[in-house]
Design a protein around this ligand. Sequence first.
Ligand SMILES: [Fe+2]
Ligand SMILES: [Fe+2]
Length: 590
Amino acid sequence: LRQDDVATGASSTDRVQLERLIEIGILLGSERDPQKLLHEVLFRSKELSNCKVATIFLLTDENTLRFALRTNDDPLPLDELPLVDPDTGEPVHKYIATHAALSGEVVIIDDVYSETRFDLSGTRKFSDENGIRAISLLTVPMKLHDGTVIGLIQLMNAVDRRTGAIGPFNPSVVNLIKALAAQAAVAIDKAKLIDAQAQLLDAVIRLIAGAIDAKSHYTGGHCARVPEIAMMLAEAASADETGPLKDFRFTDDDQWREFRIGAWLHDCGKVTTPEHVVDKATKLETIHNRIHEVRTRFEVLLRDAEIARLRAVHEEGVPVETANAAFAARRDELFADFAFVAECNLGTDQMDGENVARLQRIAQNGWLRHFDDRLGLSEGELHLRRDTPQATLPAQERLLADKPHHVVPRGDKDRPDPSKRFSIQVPENLYDFGELHNLSVRRGTLTAEERYKVNEHIVHTIAMLEALPLPGNLQRVPEYAGTHHETLRGTGYPRGLAAGDLSVPARIMAIADIFEALTATDRPYKKGKTLSEAVRILWRFKRDGHIDPDLFDLFLTSGVHLRYAERFMDRALIDECPIEEFLGRVPQEN
Ligand SMILES: [Fe+2]
Ligand SMILES: [Fe+2]
């Protein structure tokens, strides 16, 4: 006995037990994995009480007790014990476990076989099956501060430390286990809350990604599939022990989760992108395709030509043949011009200077407008015309025009926050719906204003994610989500970052984003790219110094491209893809 033990009357065993209890308290406080936590509680209570068998029961959401863990290796009973009898609706007090859970009381039994208060058939059955004759039993509820029972610790057969004999649990042990049960309750509850919170967060993230995917007919599924490629490639990079990526590794579950969340949210800013921009299929499309409006003007011009022919013959005495020939020439010209404008509208071919000049010539055709063009307009449309004087009717109009009201000016809220230091170029106007402006777009269907609107999603992704109160283990989510449009050469957006600023996970995201877009076949009317075509295009991004060459090579050598294709690509599009020609150093052009 130590001096201070003599003074307090404590035995050295008590002291050791107390120290152990404190140790356990610290351990339980720091363990976040619910399964490991239960394991600790189980074995520590067995050790602290020096008993033969320990069992943990947990209360389920269905108001039953479930066998969660036992120190013996035998399979745990799968049956759950209902706290309320399903037939009578009465609380079940006849079993020790259910009684302890219902009442919150500690139940101490010194001799199982002479016990009469409870139905101990289950314990006796366990004894018979395991050859351990049950003698003493201690059942301690794990209770939270407000008295809520979340489970039970049940200990069987206390062993006397000195004699080795099995006997009753002594009161000091009961107190120790009560203290341990209280600590365990808090720790298990905390772990459950953290787990529930993480699950809720994951569900909300999937909900956002699902909403974005649902917005676009063309890119549906992108937000869900990019994380698949990203995770597969990150796993391959983490597994690389000797190659150029040997230094990269996510070291724990938190880092994996942080990356996965970043991948799920990488396009979350797209919630702000208008559908008519995301899915703009023709140049004249705003909410609808304005080619119908333009075609009606061509109809007007054809009628004008017909009227001119009739007038020439009947009022001006022009010979019928001459008038008919003039009409036929004009009609052919209008048909050819409309066909050309309609072709330009599709945006399938690139526009050159000659095409733009022809558009401008066609635009010069005039027609007379007799109707007031401000009737039936919304407040917003009238607002855009507020500085344009109203023309006297009939007014001379052009076949195609860029008008002042086509331009929607950019407000302050449509500019990125200057403190974020984005280098992305912001066009002066928010939109320009000018007909010539749109039809003259050189490639694709988007104007510079709309192209910016599409690219702006990443500005919003970053702003939205940086505004979240992210916990320490999710700090890098904005980085992972917000860098997939940057390039190693510094030509990307929105920050124009370069190789030195881009982490391995950020580089993985760029590859995942491009490859998903290349292989997606969400457009039912469009033929998807084959696997080898997609790989070749991705290779061009490597050749041009946009994506990380080592990760690109790993993407192929690890077979991630194939595994992804097998899971997500149309069978018919998975063709032979000889990877050798894409691997290794790209010869630099002089
Ligand atoms: Fe994006
Ligand atoms: Fe994306």
